[in-house]
Design a binder for this molecule. Structure first.
Ligand code: SF4
Length: 341
């Protein structure tokens, strides 16, 4: 079947300007030829350290910024496929209801001077034109119940709620216009570990109940294990590996993925022997290393890696890797993971 969203060869380059005349002296390839798809009802994880381009990718998809090149094909509720990259602001309006975003930080993304009725009801007023306050209150009550909050809370303000409850409010607001596609940008990373699992379970329940499709952005692999069907790992503007979640965790083929797996907590640390810890910072995206961008941090780098850029290649059904040496390396995956987050 046609994917709900298909991103093809997406690029976002920023000019680097210098001096009094602001001459262009180079460019940052924040997103450099990224392709992936998401089927309806599926959750794709987009994972990488900060600065890898995942947020820029998401902002292009939602057209908060304009991509430099590439296609963003989205199948609308009417069954038409449109290229989001080509639409102007008027044409984007109806799509903005179908595509919604859940932000990372529930402490800053809610207006402290608005009560829940106004916060959750605002998209209904602004984008749906639902002017009748009583009707809005009814819809808000339903939305609050949907995310596990009591409708009586409607008159209260954000400060009255805990972090986990605030993230439920953010989710209720994102769902107000009945979107089909939701981008969750690190939706639990600002929360205590003890409430992370509750919010993830809520997201999974809502997906089942409402048939939602998620793009789930995360900086490490520990959270995506439970919620994502497939994962795409990004490094310095490119996807370096993509596979079904289980396959990626058990049989990582890229040294960077293997290193990210080190950050996932496991009950028995001895099963990690043979895995490579990740050292060093992400290089400056304005001056990425030549060849394989990962080579300065890769323990398996050889001469070829410093010169030739590896292309993303299918190595097993649905499993793609961009590494010259994937076939010779036998990287270790994680066979057992703890339950919960
Ligand atoms: Fe490491 Fe070379 Fe593979 Fe890059 S191409 S990940 S440097 S082995």
């Amino acid at each position: 079947s046609t994917p709900l969203l298909e991103v093809r060869h997406l690029k976002k380059y920023y000019p680097i300007r210098k001096g009094f005349f602001k001459r262009v002296v180079g460019q940052v390839r924040a997103v450099d030829d990224v392709s992936f798809y998401i089927h309806e009802g599926e959750t794709l994880g987009l994972v990488g350290e900060s600065g890898c381009g995942k947020t820029t990718t998401v902002r292009c998809i939602l057209r908060a910024i304009d991509p430099s090149a590439g296609q963003i094909l989205f199948r609308t509720a009417a069954g038409e496929t449109v290229d989001v990259a080509q639409l102007d602001e008027d044409e984007l309006q109806p799509l903005r209801r179908e595509m919604q975003m859940i932000f990372q930080d529930p402490f800053t993304s809610l207006n402290p001077r608005m009560n829940l009725l106004d916060i959750v009801g605002e998209p209904l007023l602004v984008l749906e034109g639902l002017k009748n306050r009583r009707e809005r209150a009814e819809r808000v009550a339903e939305l609050l119940e949907l995310v596990g909050l009591r409708p009586e809370y409607m008159q209260r303000f954000p400060h009255a709620f805990s972090g986990g409850q605030r993230q439920r409010i953010v989710i209720a607001r994102a769902l107000a216009l009945r979107p089909r596609f939701v981008v969750a940008d690190e939706p639990v990373s600002a929360l205590d570990v003890s409430v992370q699992a509750q919010v993830l379970n809520l997201l999974m329940r809502l997906q089942q109940q409402l048939g939602l499709t998620y793009l789930f952005v995360a900086h490490d692999l520990s959270v995506v294990k439970h919620i994502c069907d497939r994962v795409a790992v990004m490094y310095l503007g490119r996807i370096v590996e993509t596979a079904a979640t289980d396959e990626l965790f058990r049989r990582p083929k890229h040294p960077y993925t293997s290193a990210l797996l080190m950050a996932v907590p496991v009950p028995d640390p001895t099963i990690r022997s043979g895995m490579v810890p990740l050292e060093g910072d992400v290089p400056n995206p304005a001056a990425p290393p030549p060849g394989c961008h990962f080579h300065p941090r890769c323990p398996y780098a050889e001469a070829r890696c410093r010169q030739e850029t590896p292309t993303l290649t299918e190595v097993a059904p649905g499993h793609q890797v961009a590494c010259h040496r994937w076939a010779e390396l036998s990287l270790q995956g994680i066979d057992q993971l703890p339950r919960g987050v």
